[in-house]
Design a binder for this molecule. Structure first.
Ligand code: FAD
Ligand code: SF4
Length: 478
């Protein structure tokens, strides 16, 4: 039923219901259900339809949010999907994964949030619009109308590579996607845990790409099974979208001990078991005392994965306080509900391999012998970046027993591929870069934007090579 807009004052913000912690720990499934048809329309109708929609400005894809909210409020769901899809290849994925509180629903982006009424549930509505489209059969492969006779090779099948592949295929090119793993999805399949997004959400997008004619070559790693020179000979253009590559390990003494696991190794092992590539996780936290070091989103994914695997206990150490975590406050809330402990303002100084009888603070477990020695911190005057600097509180040392500890792994920016900002081309002719490989570790929504932009850049380049367009150089413009 059509609903009038601007219901912000009379109608409260509602998000989709969270499933009870015990249920979601047991099945690893998504934490929230769909908003549902009536609530999605009710929430969409809260939109103020601002003259200058800052939500659209702060969305990395510049989604036409007020318009698809309006159409959803009127119950015109198919139109809403096509409008959402026009700027976003994967609306139902962004609806789930985006940290909306830092993007379109932030107080600087949504007038209602700014005014204290609670932001419009943009992410929840976007997910609902996408899910409705899948259920109704409105999501179809973008099969090209005509073929260009040109071929593009894309290295990396994450959101950047997948979005680029969809756009380039729709434009008529032959598209080959190469991935280091057996499945498409990149970190969406092998990093982001199921409680944030279930695998079938990525798998059906992968099927759609194949149905559009994109050819996927799994288990092909650049530098091993394939080379850049080989790809350059085979394709008219190559896009490097292989994600952020370098992991920053812990620089704490003892970080090299066998019980210290990098966050990505741990999450990939859990994902591979969940998608049945292995029978059980190669790294399993079941019955172990787990210490996770760090306060970012990856650390939070490790915390919640360990709880879900049945760890005896999970403690997260972070050197600043809860108000200053780099990750999402929403994720901390979910983890706390599920039973994780947080030791805020605690910093590890050594990881040790010691016999279990040294440990007093935990019940004994078979083979348990790791210890994290840590100290408490206080936050002192701002550092160079404006953030409070943690300082050691004298005499505050303590120890926590741990079988498995986890480096708060962020990927350093040093491994980024340099590419021209506008043409997206690297120093090598016809070789382009996109996604985390170009930006450093970022978000799925930015990777999708990168994929769309690199596809447009490649299409321009192929036109130039074919002589259909002119290359504008600095000489020509000056
Ligand atoms: C644990 C974790 C949780 C996250 N949670 C969120 C979240 O909640 N919300 C959000 O928006 N973002 C999240 N992110 C970030 C998001 O997943 C990434 O920003 C996004 O996936 C980057 O997309 P991409 O396509 O550039 O690269 P990736 O997703 O990293 O994909 C890279 C692709 O390249 C392939 N590849 C790698 N090396 C090679 C090689 N040598 N040869 C061939 N192929 C190769 C891989 O197989 C993969 O297909 C999270 C990241 C992590 C690590
Ligand atoms: S893509 Fe992300 S930031 Fe943009 S509207 Fe959707 S949820 Fe908000």
């Amino acid at each position: 039923m059509a609903d009038r807009m601007q219901k912000c004052v009379t109608r409260a913000r509602r998000v989709a219901t969270k499933r009870p912690p015990a249920q979601r720990i047991a099945d690893f499934g998504e934490i929230r259900s769909d908003l549902g048809v009536e609530e999605a329309a009710r929430q969409a109708a809260r939109c103020e339809q601002c003259g200058t929609p800052y939500c659209q400005v702060y969305c990395p894809l510049h989604n036409n949010i007020p318009d698809w909210l309006k159409i959803t409020g009127e119950g015109r769901m198919e139109d809403a999907y096509h409008l959402a899809q026009a700027t976003n290849n994967f609306p139902e994925i962004c609806g789930r994964l985006c940290p909306q509180e830092r993007l379109c629903e932030a107080k600087w982006a949504c007038t209602l949030e700014h005014a204290g009424h609670g932001a419009v549930t943009i992410g929840g509505v976007e997910r609902h619009v996408g899910e409705t489209a899948w259920a109704e059969g409105w999501v179809r492969p973008r099969v090209p109308q005509r073929l260009s006779g040109r071929s593009v090779g894309i290295v990396g099948a994450g959101p950047a590579g997948m979005a680029a592949a969809e756009e380039l295929r729709a434009a008529g090119h032959e598209v080959h996607l190469y991935g280091a793993h057996a499945r498409l999805g990149g970190l969406m399949s092998y990093g982001i845990p199921e409680f944030k997004m279930e695998q079938q959400v990525v798998a059906r997008r992968a099927r759609l790409l194949r149905d559009a004619g994109v050819v996927f070559h799994g288990n092909r790693r650049l530098g091993r099974e394939i080379t850049l020179e080989g790809l350059r000979l085979r394709h008219d253009a190559v896009v490097l979208a292989y994600g952020a590559q370098l992991a920053r390990g812990l620089d704490t003494p003892g970080a090299e001990l066998p019980g210290v696991i990098s966050a990505m190794d741990y999450l990939v092992s859990s994902s591979r078991a969940l998608i049945r590539e292995t029978e059980t996780p190669e790294i399993d936290a079941a019955d172990k005392w787990v210490v996770v070091i760090g306060g970012g989103d990856t650390a939070m994914d490790c915390v919640r994965t360990a709880v879900g695997q049945g760890a005896a206990g999970v403690t997260c150490l972070y050197r600043r306080d809860q108000a200053n975590i780099p990750g999402s406050a929403r994720e901390v809330e979910h983890a706390e509900e599920e039973g994780a402990n947080f030791d805020w303002q605690s910093q590890p100084e050594a990881l040790m391999d010691v016999p279990v009888d040294v440990i007093a603070s935990r019940p004994e477990g078979p083979g348990m012998r790791g210890v994290v020695r840590a100290f408490r911190t206080r936050l002192a005057a701002s550092g160079a970046g404006g953030r409070l600097v943690p300082e050691r509180v004298p005499g505050s040392g303590f120890e926590i027993a741990a079988m498995l500890t986890d480096g708060a792994v962020a990927v350093t920016a040093q491994g980024r591929i340099a590419a021209d900002r506008d043409s997206r081309m690297t120093a090598s002719d016809g070789v382009f870069a996109a996604g985390d490989a170009r930006l450093g570790p970022s978000l799925a929504v930015w990777a999708i934007r990168e994929g769309r932009e690199v596809a447009a850049a490649v299409a321009r380049y192929l036109d130039i090579v074919a002589g259909h367009a002119e290359l504008v150089t600095d000489d020509a413009t000056s």
